[in-house]
Write a protein that binds this ligand. Sequence first.
Ligand SMILES: [Cu+2]
Length: 358
Amino acid sequence: MVAALGLGALLMSGCDASEAMRFGWPEGITPQGKEMVDLWTWSVIAALLMGILVWALIFWTITFHRANDAKKGVFPRQTAYNVPLELTYTAIPFVIIAVLFYFTVIVQNDVEAKNDDSKVVVDVTAFQWNWKFGYNKVIFDDGTTYNGFEADGNPFQLQAQRDGEVEAEPEVEGEHGGELPGPAGGRDDDVRDYLKFNKIETVGTSTEIPVLVLPTGKRIEFDLASGDVIHSFWVPEFLYKRDVLPFPKENASDPIFQISSIDRTGAFVGRCAEMCGTYHSMMNFEIRAVSPEDFESYIRFRQANPKATNAEALQAICQVPGSVVTAPFDTRRKSDGSATATGNPNDTTLPNCTKKES
Ligand SMILES: [Cu+2]
């Protein structure tokens, strides 16, 4: 009956087998994502098998071992302190947990793996309530390297602090003696030298979703940083998210993760997955995966036309210039000031109106 129900649900939902076997998860467009889908699929199958076994035992018991006249008043056989039985049902769950743990660690190690072979390094900066993407480094197919890191012009005057021109916050004495570190590890909260600036950047606004263009088939590194509160970088189709913290070093957070490739071209929505304030839910971006040739043309175009917008660069490689998977939210901050009063605030009574007798 259970099998028939399961099969019926599968057939009637009208979805294909591979989608059904993902049990609600997205497809996964990276090798890491696909690995996680496999782990999830097999974990659900194992849980379903265990569920079927438990249901079968319950139905077997209530069907064949219910009270009847012959058993009335008879104390049933007691099986407490049956050592072999108790050892068995302690050992079996332990084995189940060990197997799940083993496969989880294998997949997690692959997902968290990092090396120096990334062909694209993207600096991601999250802020309330949008994203900035900068190309830190790109290694092209012919072996040439584009270095996009902007070493000069840090608006937070890191240099001034290093040279001692900006004083550090005074130490505060703790309740039980000793020094209490201030916020941001005792540094001046304004000195955000962990933030990166690049020659080619894509910045989102309340009228434009930032579209991050990336090549397919290349290893990509994401270097995350937040300009204010904690955000979270989430691309559902990567099946992966990581918190984006301000002051990652002081907050003991590893801001870097890598994917070994994006496996197909297309547009994929990205979201902020950490409640970060009023417009948190509208903090979307888009990953636009294009062929490596198009990606190279895109970077070359932006290099040659520093004043051009991201939309123009996308058009130059024959891509839709704006986001296609999500749209900017109307923040109602876009009024041009032309809204006028519709009545007289000093007289709100209706003209020619007779009050009703109560
Ligand atoms: Cu956020």
